[in-house]
Write a protein that binds this ligand. Structure first.
Ligand code: PM9
Length: 461
């Protein structure tokens, strides 16, 4: 019987252009997987049916954004699109200065070079792969100060991205404020499952850091999604706009790095933004060395225009409701089927708990890597390992880092897939779960030096 009280939501857009999908046969998928060394990053996109590898640069742009591309001012210096973007970043993120970069890691590179000295320590709410690598390449060491609940896939804490203030205070106490150039705060926290940080917690982080003269740098890559969670579930924020919350989030920090390929609905782009004039001066000096002139930072004028328009579309609450709603729809489907996932469901992805999915495998047998491979084999769906392979090696000992979280990420590009794709996804995961006991582990047969998850190769044990 139809529930007459239930009111469904629907996407606030209709589809104007389509890109055909095709599914190759199981035999072809098995061959493709072996050729890719059981690494979903090494599959050809043509061999993928539903691509949930990432939400990075894979979003569908709107008709307004495509029109914006035609307004690209490709002047080498002083492009009008830069000034449009600068105005939007000031309006919505509130920082005084903007340094465009080709993508997020370009911004991470610059800020790490400017602020970190060899021997420094950077506390943060869980590592992110590229962020931590740039901190390490600049001579720093990342220290995780996220709350313990973030490492527990079953904890239903609503803000698992929060910083543990006791842990942060202890890092400051043991290393001294002079060794800590900044606190690295992500909103939302990707590796924890897309979990948000609360405004109350960020205010406390700011107060503690300021007391010791330490900066706070925000990874604002998915900060709009974080603002949505604050509005929905942090007391006292229900009546505020997402835009207002975003401004306050940023105002608690001194600078931000941004991969615009996520929240901001573009295929390429990023930036560094800050209030401090001296920091801006240094970043502007370096951007011309590594990215491009300070008014394009490795981007075409048209890319900056699409980003400026994307900011306004992404801050729209109907857009965000549908975006997060889609992720939650899949999450609920998987939970109803008894599949172990990280709860609460986060902003950009569903994370399968590979330890619980494949409890007969040890972490050295790369359970999440194998599970991602198996899901591809089952259904042509591409996902991403977020476990021991992504965690890399300890920079001192050279041994594997063993993260508590051994996850497979099913990541949702914005405005790309329909509810029918979501249903196919849930059914496919359930099918793999049904035959989970027969799934074996992997051994790593090739390991690159940096960010090994991108290019490592594996074979079945
Ligand atoms: N994130 C993702 O799929 C892209 C590739 S995986 C390394 O989640 C955060 C929170 C990110 C992020 C990229 C970057 C780097 C910084 N911070 O990929 O260089 O999620 O634009 O951004 C990916 P870029």
């Amino acid at each position: 019987m139809t529930d007459t009280k239930k009111r469904s939501w629907a996407e606030p857009f209709k589809i104007k252009m389509v890109e055909p999908l095709r599914m190759i046969s199981r035999e072809q998928r098995a061959k493709a997987l072996a050729e890719a060394g059981y690494n979903t990053f090494l599959l050809r996109s043509d061999d993928v049916y539903i691509d949930l590898l990432t939400d990075s640069g894979t979003n569908a742009m709107s008709d307004r954004q495509w029109a914006g591309l035609m307004l690209g001012d490709e002047a080498y210096a002083g492009s009008r699109n830069f000034y449009n973007l600068e105005a939007k970043v000031r309006q919505y993120y509130g920082y005084k200065h903007l340094v465009p970069t080709h993508q997020g890691r370009g911004a991470e590179h610059l800020i790490s070079r400017v602020l970190i000295k060899p021997g420094d320590v950077i506390p943060g709410n869980m590592y992110f792969t590229t962020t931590r690598l740039h901190q390490e390449l600049a001579g720093g060491t990342f220290v995780d100060v996220i709350i313990d609940e973030a490492h527990d896939t079953t904890s239903t804490h609503p803000f698992k991205g929060d910083v543990d203030l006791g842990k942060l205070a202890a890092v400051i106490e043991s290393h001294g404020a002079v060794k800590i150039p900044y606190v690295s705060v992500a909103a939302t926290v990707n590796m924890a499952g897309g979990q948000p940080i609360s405004l109350a917690n960020l205010r406390q982080v700011r107060d503690l850091a300021r007391k010791h003269g330490i900066k706070v740098v925000l990874d604002a890559t998915r900060a709009m999604e974080n603002a949505y969670f604050i509005k929905r579930q942090e007391k006292g924020n229900e009546r505020r706009t997402m835009a207002d919350i975003l401004l306050e989030l940023c105002s608690c920090t001194d600078a931000c790095t941004m991969s615009a390929k996520k929240d901001l609905l573009v295929n390429i782009g990023g930036f560094l933004a800050m209030n401090d004039d001296a920091l801006f001066e240094e970043a502007r000096n370096l951007v011309v060395v590594f990215e491009g002139l300070h008014t394009y930072g490795g981007l075409a004028g048209r890319d900056m225009e699409a980003m400026a328009i994307g900011i306004e579309e992404a801050i729209d609450e109907e857009h965000m409701k549908a975006r997060i709603g889609q992720v939650e729809y899949v999450g609920q489907g998987l939970l109803d089927a008894g599949i172990p996932i990280v709860v609460p469901v986060g902003g950009h992805a569903i994370f399968l708990d590979a330890r619980k999915f494949l409890p007969h495998l040890t972490q050295d047998e790369f359970p999440a890597q194998r599970l991602a491979a198996e899901l591809y084999l089952e259904s042509g769906i591409r996902s991403m390992e977020r476990g021991i392979v992504s965690a890399g090696r300890n920079k001192e000992t050279g041994k594997h880092n063993y993260p508590k979280l051994e996850l497979v990420r099913l990541t949702f590009p914005r405005r790309v897939y329909t509810q029918a794709h979501c249903d196919v996804l849930v059914e496919s995961v359930v099918e793999v779960f049904r035959r989970r006991e027969k799934i074996g582990g992997l051994k790593m047969v090739y390991e690159p030096k940096y960010l090994r998850f991108f290019q490592a190769r594996f074979e079945p044990l």
